[in-house]
Design a protein around this ligand. Structure first.
Ligand SMILES: [Zn+2]
Length: 191
């Protein structure tokens, strides 16, 4: 789901030019960024249930617990507020939490409410990944929409040939990033 998360960042960037794009990209992927060291340490795991796109059961009991997502989003909002003001705090906090919501849509029921699946509460996940074609269409659609919104807004704001050149470079970089992340998702690497 790399592409879906990046696409959300690109789409929001279109409406919030004052917040740095990198901070949005990091915010939307933060839970997966936390997942990587936990995965390497063997605390969390990916269990394949088939081949390719979305065919895995993810045991991310700490990085992808609902309460973790809320706490991480609050910390991001606090830091963003100090760095770039109140509006950025809301935007980056919401973007951080959007990762959990988007994952909820695609994950099989493997996302706990409390960190470490404390209390053995029901695991959450709507399981769109069980239909690779449908979830690929949703993610591909998000990617295209995110890129279009981003490119359009950066070009509209460019008021000189030089600014237009910069906007085109930024659009190309962002578009490539989203497209590459879509490839990694389709290959079945995206968590
Ligand atoms: Zn995730």
């Amino acid at each position: 789901m790399f592409a879906g998360h990046f696409a959300v960042a690109a789409a929001v960037k279109a409406k919030s030019p004052e917040v740095p794009l990198w901070s949005m990209m990091v915010s939307t992927q933060l839970l997966d960024i936390l997942f990587v060291p936990l995965l390497l340490a063997g605390v969390e795991a990916i269990e394949p249930v088939g081949e390719g796109y979305g065919q895995h059961f993810i045991r991310a009991d700490y990085s992808h617990a609902l309460v973790t997502a809320v706490v991480v989003a609050a910390v991001v909002a606090l830091l963003a507020g100090r760095a770039w003001g109140k509006r950025s705090a809301y935007i980056l906090g919401a973007l951080t939490f959007s990762h959990w919501l988007l994952d909820l849509l695609v994950h099989r029921a493997d996302m706990p409410i409390l960190p470490g699946n404390l209390g053995q509460l029901p695991l959450l996940g709507l399981g769109l990944w069980q239909s690779p074609a449908l979830s690929m269409a949703v993610e591909g659609g998000l990617a295209v929409l995110g890129i279009i919104l981003y490119v359009r807004s950066t070009l509209v704001r460019a008021d000189s040939p030089k600014a237009r050149g910069r906007a085109l470079v930024a659009s190309a970089v962002t578009g490539t990033l989203v497209a590459l992340s879509l490839v990694t998702d389709v290959l079945g690497i995206g968590a």
